[in-house]
Write a protein that binds this ligand. Structure first.
Ligand code: G1P
Length: 271
């Protein structure tokens, strides 16, 4: 069973500057609800019991958001507002399941994952990247169900425009399992259009094996001087660990840029 999820939240958010110089982009509201709560709700609905947030000292505002008990208690004591009481109940429910670890140097997603090493109990865990929202169908739940059947790693996949392959991790597909799932032969972080093996992109939902920590421990920096999770996955595939690509059914929303954030908010508001 997959019971733990990790969420890297220490990113600088440079694509959303100047806002992110004072605020965490993951708390930006979409139809009145912070983006990160959509991710948490996806986890809860998929049966996750514990979520590990990887934050940084600069992004302590995220922890504060879940630890504002005194403020809520004061307000509720003053005026017995039903809406505030419900909101506080929800925050408390989230708080109960969240643990925090710190990544104070932005060395990449692979490094962020490595920071959770001592917290992971089972052989597999889920990772969700908060810039990638998937609505209408629970992608994590679908991936967990494939994992249960095949007992291996699973990653979300979506076809992207060929001209944009250098923005994503890109899969080299092996044989199809069924209409929505395929084995992965290789995965390359942000390849040029010339060398991209397909236009099937990695989207931010991963079921990873605990043994990835052993790979990350000694992994060199890759593209852009960062430690990429994609490179560690690539090593695991080369060592004959099975990885499945899952073409999810939900609607993908990119929240990592201002344009994407505005578009995503409108999309959520009308759904
Ligand atoms: C990360 C991954 C990339 C993946 C993408 C999905 O990139 O490194 O492989 O395709 O997330 O959103 P980033 O968005 O951090 O540049």
């Amino acid at each position: 069973m997959i019971k733990q999820a990790i969420i890297p939240l220490a990113g600088l958010g440079t694509r959303l500057l100047p806002l992110t110089s004072v605020f965490a982009k993951e708390l930006l509201p979409m139809n009145g609800k912070p983006g990160v709560e959509y991710i948490l709700d996806e986890c809860i609905e998929a049966g996750i019991k514990e979520v590990i947030f990887i934050i940084s000292n600069k992004k302590k505002i995220i922890k504060k958001y879940f630890y504002n008990d005194n403020l809520f208690k004061k307000i509720i004591k003053k005026k017995n507002d039903k809406r505030v009481i419900d909101v506080y109940k929800k925050i408390k429910k989230y708080k109960k399941m969240i643990k925090f670890v710190y990544q104070n140097k932005p060395l990449g997603t692979g490094d962020a994952v490595y920071k959770t090493k001592s917290k992971i109990k089972d052989n597999f865990f889920l990772m969700l990247l908060p810039d990638d929202l998937i609505i209408k169908k629970n992608c994590s739940k679908a991936m967990i169900s494939i994992h249960k059947k095949k007992k291996c790693s699973v990653m979300a996949s979506m076809k992207v425009q060929k001209k944009n392959v250098n923005r994503w991790g890109i899969y080299m597909k092996d044989k199809n399992i069924d209409k929505n799932n395929f084995f992965i032969k290789d995965v390359i972080e942000k390849p040029s259009i010339k060398i991209a093996p397909s236009n099937n992109a990695v989207i931010g939902r991963y079921i990873l094996p605990k043994k990835i920590f052993g790979i990350l421990k000694n992994q060199n920096k890759g593209k852009g001087g960062e430690i990429h999770i994609t490179d560690a996955i690539r090593t695991l595939i080369k060592q004959n660990n099975k990885f499945i690509g899952h073409s999810f059914k939900g609607k993908y929303l990119d929240c990592g840029t201002m344009h994407g954030y505005i578009k995503s908010s409108l999309e959520i508001a009308k759904s």
